[in-house]
Design a protein around this ligand. Structure first.
Ligand code: DC
Length: 229
């Protein structure tokens, strides 16, 4: 019987529904939800805010030693802190999305964030989402899910989310940004976005949130039972 904490690794492209579904699942199962994209976003945001170019490896790497990125988990969810300041509200803009994808291609950035992610999974049952959780961060996760949906459906979801926040954009712009980011995230040398060999593929196209949650919850419960929990 396994006594180590239970980890669910959820990977997939932007807009596949990772954070929406993982958040609900974590609440229903009593697991911690960790959104690892927020960490890359915070580093991208830090560089942008200081006027640096997030695509410039030398600039980003020079900032890493003085960077203080922390996570807290509160009643309203995960908060990310940059040098002692809560930046949760600042990291969801299209500009920061691009910067996050750029800094995430740097091996030094990935190495910088690795231990924080592993330490969290070692401390409690967790649902962690990102791009390389099942392949690199938690290769021994008890359950790995690779979430996907068609590019049009993912762009539509992200477009509605951005419009809901008052961001002035078009569907075509969101689709183009997302396809560029998917391409970059999947083709970088360091920990590219790809399904782990032992991941269960879940395509959420055309499903309601409730349907996807039910499907994923069954996967988790079946795996928990097979681990004697
Ligand atoms: O999940 P997100 O859209 O918040 O992620 C923002 C960017 O961060 C994404 O384009 C790629 C990168 N990322 C990553 O490389 N590895 C992760 N585990 C999570 C995110």
């Amino acid at each position: 019987m396994s006594t180590r904490p239970f980890a669910v690794a959820i990977d997939g492209p932007a807009g596949a529904g990772k954070s929406t579904l993982a958040k609900i699942l974590a609440r229903e199962l009593g697991f911690l939800y960790m959104d690892t994209g927020a960490l890359y976003r915070t580093i991208g945001y830090a560089v942008l805010r200081e006027g640096g170019d997030p695509a410039d490896a030398a600039v980003v790497e020079a900032r890493l030693p003085s960077l203080d990125v922390r996570l807290t988990h509160e009643a309203d969810g995960q908060h990310v802190w940059l040098d002692g300041e809560d930046v949760n509200g600042e990291i969801r803009t299209p500009e920061v999305s691009r910067a996050a994808s750029q800094v995430s291609a740097l091996p030094a950035v990935r190495a910088y964030l690795l231990q924080l992610q592993r330490d969290t999974a070692a401390s409690c049952d967790v649902i962690m989402d990102g791009r390389d959780i099942g392949t690199v961060v938690l290769p021994d996760a008890q359950l790995k899910i690779f979430l996907s949906a068609t590019p049009e459906e993912r762009a539509r979801r992200r477009y509605e989310e951005l419009r809901g926040k008052g961001v002035d954009t078009t569907f075509e712009q969101v689709l183009a940004d997302m396809q560029q980011r998917d391409y970059d995230d999947s083709h970088r040398a360091a920990a590219p976005l790809k399904a782990a060999e032992d991941a269960v593929a879940v395509n959420t196209t055309g499903e309601t949130v409730e349907q996807s949650v039910a499907r994923m919850k069954k996967l988790v419960n079946d795996r928990l039972a097979s681990c004697g929990r």
